[in-house]
Write a protein that binds this ligand. Structure first.
Ligand SMILES: [Ca+2]
Length: 277
């Protein structure tokens, strides 16, 4: 018995000295130590609004990009999902097709003269001829939901509501690699509409007024754009309830010729041309 008591006493001493109990912080550092922040908050990216263009207020924007002097748009909601090629000046499409009412349109991208359109929960990806909008084939997206899409030189880049970006072979739709996106608070979820520009991806964060710039090598957020009040400041104010109904910021397109971005949201009355400062 004496041996056991000594052993128990030594055990308590050991636990107290090594700090193995539940009261110790996880990084093994003393509670009075303030560690250097290895991942500071990303810097703000400021912008200037150049011009406002009309946007169809029945377009629940889920995908947006600029190419061939037109604004390509995918819209969501069951029964009102479309693929559109819009005239920037009028907001109206010169080409448009409607999806079946059982499909909710999501991200779009154009690569190798083919247009790809994700669907939200239906796991279908529609592939169209970029000129005629005639459907070439259907593919499957089974890695969660379909949210945003853009592309680099050879790969489609897809978001699904998580903190990951998926790099996908356009022909096979196989996921080639995954990049986890983090900011100073850790993994950044709800990455939504995407836009690839010169090695970075800009992403809308769902249900916020924030667009982040992501370094695709590290997955780190390297800049943050605060788009709060964009409609209000530019003459089309909306009450808070309107945004709470889901009409949130969502839609980033990049026009390399002008070095401008076009920014809109779900059912918004305007598309804003902005330039980064
Ligand atoms: Ca986009």
């Amino acid at each position: 018995m004496r041996t056991n008591k000594i052993f128990a006493a030594l055990s308590i001493l050991f636990l107290a000295s090594c700090g193995c109990g539940n009261g110790t912080n996880n990084n093994g550092q003393g509670s009075n130590t303030i560690p250097d922040n290895p991942n500071p908050a990303p810097p703000a990216i400021t912008y200037s609004v150049i011009k406002a263009y009309p946007h169809d207020t029945s377009s629940y924007t889920e995908g947006l990009f600029w190419q061939n002097n037109a604004l390509y748009e995918s819209t969501g909601n069951y029964g009102n999902s479309q693929l559109r090629r819009n005239n920037l000046l009028t907001g109206q499409p010169d080409k448009m097709i409607k999806l079946g009412k059982e499909f909710f349109g999501e991200g779009i991208s154009l690569i190798n003269n083919k247009l790809y359109q994700l669907t939200y929960k239906e796991k279908k990806v529609f592939v169209y001829d970029a000129n005629t909008f005639s459907k070439i084939k259907e593919l499957e997206w089974t890695t969660g939901e379909g949210w945003g899409m853009t592309h680099n030189d050879t790969e489609l880049i897809i978001s699904n509501g998580s903190s990951n970006l998926y790099f996908v072979d356009p022909e096979t739709f196989r996921v080639k690699r995954i990049t986890g996106v983090t900011d100073n608070n850790g993994p950044l979820t709800y990455l939504n509409e995407l836009e690839y520009v010169n090695g970075s991806v800009y992403a809308n964060i769902w249900q916020t007024n924030t667009i982040v710039k992501i370094d695709l090598v590290t997955g780190k957020v390297i800049g943050k754009m605060d788009m709060a009040g964009l409609l209000d400041k530019n003459g089309t104010p909306k009450p808070d309830e309107w945004y709470q109904d889901g009409n949130v910021l969502n839609g980033i397109a990049y026009d390399a010729t002008k070095n401008s971005f076009y920014i809109t949201g779900k059912d918004w009355p305007a598309v804003f041309e902005i330039k980064l400062n």
